[in-house]
Design a protein around this ligand. Structure first.
Ligand code: UD1
Length: 430
């Protein structure tokens, strides 16, 4: 297993180009199952989850061409992907693929809508809580599907097709909104999704589906109204910038006391993160292609924050901001309201000298003067990158083990940070 070695304590200065958003790209790719025509996506990030999803779509019968080359699995390092699901030849999404990546379960709605059946493994993904599928299941049942859980699989059939329904999510769920939204596009009649998630990745999916011929109203709000159509067609679409990658590198500038320009992105996507950064003492300047983040002052201030559904502070940016708060003046109370088990980075940050106490859903971070490098273990995608950030600020050497989590979501992380002056390298393991 690979690890990453960082010799920290240096301010980072330079420019980082932000990649396309993994969390937008995955549902957009799944939308290809809704049409027999070709869907072409550009600005795709080079991350492991994209390759994993390509293998899943191909085993459903889709053909995938990456930058002009046929692909089925393995390394898919292009930026532009064309997927053609002319025929669905297999409706099973196997455990071996879906366990690696929760987004795999998004095929359930589209398969049911298109061919009336799906057998989808209960998903894996990051171990940050129980992460149930009840909202996906009950929503599809309200649309007329019959779903049984057998041997770890959701076995779904809709022999008479899916019918429009009024579905309310409690709590708002990104994945369930995406799954039901895609299913509703080909259902008979009108579907209303109440308390729908409003994350920008949902808006990206709505825009793509509309370009494919879907009739959807309400994007950007918590009420989506979808009038089913008989067929969708192919199109070309550019994946939105990754707001979590943007926020992560913004914190890299603040935590190391440097200046980083982030391009191919937009400050609008991370407003709630910028608010905390500014309160903590960083400077943020919007540019035409993104933003410039710097911290010139010697100290940071502790800022309390609570994760919330969009437009609130993102749960996917909680661990990174906690890393920043470990070296701020005073204390910061960080409350996680989305996932119940998302503090796995706390004991690892403590190995670097952080002073953090967890009380239920809140973590009290008391700033220390200096973090000191140590070997640590990556536990999930965003937790891993918080350790990278802490390692960049720490004096001495930090070795982060089990970095395969990072490879699921961050494209060329070491290269991007090294270009800003970080002393960081990957140690290839067996
Ligand atoms: C997506 C993102 C993930 C992000 C999360 C919250 C992708 C691939 N993943 O995950 O990075 O952290 O949104 O912004 O885009 N819930 C239920 N029942 C369900 C589904 C969800 O109770 O059927 C609950 C969850 O336990 C959680 C909350 O709803 O408390 C939000 O989860 P959800 O938005 O579904 O997260 P994901 O779509 O898995």
């Amino acid at each position: 297993m690979d690890s990453i070695r960082i010799r920290g304590g240096k301010p980072l200065n330079g420019k980082i180009e932000i990649s396309g958003a993994k969390n937008a790209a995955l549902p957009l790719m799944v939308a290809s199952l809704l049409t027999e025509e070709t869907l072409t996506l550009s600005n795709l990030p080079h991350v492991a989850d994209i390759s994993t999803l390509i293998s899943l779509l191909c085993q459903h019968g889709a053909a995938a061409v990456m930058d002009g080359q046929m692909t089925g699995s393995g390394s898919c390092s292009g930026r532009s992907l064309s997927i053609t699901a002319a025929e669905i030849t297999n409706t099973e999404a196997p455990y071996d693929i879906v366990r690696k990546m929760r987004a795999g379960a998004l095929v359930m709605g589209p398969l049911l809508a298109r061919v009336g059946r799906a057998r989808v493994s209960l998903p894996g993904g990051c171990a940050i809580g129980t992460r149930p599928m009840n909202l996906h299941i009950s929503g599809l049942e309200q649309m007329g599907a019959k779903i049984d859980i057998v041997g770890g699989y959701m076995e779904a059939i809709a022999p008479n097709g899916l019918k429009g329904a009024e579905i309310r999510f409690e709590p708002a769920s990104v994945g369930a909104t995406e799954n039901l939204l895609m299913a509703a596009c080909l259902a008979e009649g009108t579907t209303v999704l109440e308390n729908a998630a409003r994350e920008p990745e949902i808006t990206d999916l709505v825009q793509l589906l509309r370009q494919m011929g879907a009739d959807i109203e309400g994007d950007g709000t918590d009420r989506l109204v979808i009038n089913g159509v008989r067929k969708l067609h192919g199109t070309q679409y550019r994946v939105m910038p990754d707001r979590i990658e943007t926020g992560t590198y913004a914190i890299a500038a603040a935590i190391t006391g440097g200046t980083i320009e982030l391009t191919n992105t937009s400050a609008d996507l991370i407003k709630s993160v910028i608010e905390v950064l500014i309160e903590a003492g960083a400077e943020v300047v919007e540019t035409e292609t993104g933003l410039i983040v710097s911290r010139t002052g010697p100290t940071l201030n502790g800022v309390d924050l609570m994760t919330l559904p969009y437009p609130g502070y993102p749960t996917d940016m909680q661990a990174q901001m906690m890393a920043l708060m470990t070296i701020a003046n005073g204390a910061a109370m960080i409350t996680e309201t989305i996932f119940e088990n998302r503090f796995m980075h706390v004991p690892e940050l403590a190995r670097l000298g952080a002073n953090i106490t967890v009380h239920g859903h809140s973590a009290l971070v008391r700033g220390v003067d200096q973090l000191v490098g140590a070997p640590v273990m990556a536990t999930d995608l965003r937790a891993s990158v918080s350790l990278v950030l802490a390692g960049l600020a720490a004096t001495g050497e930090t070795v982060i083990n089990r970095v395969y989590h990072l490879d699921r979501g961050y494209e060329r992380l070491e290269e991007k940070l090294a270009a800003c002056g970080a002393d960081i390298e990957r140690i290839t393991g067996s």
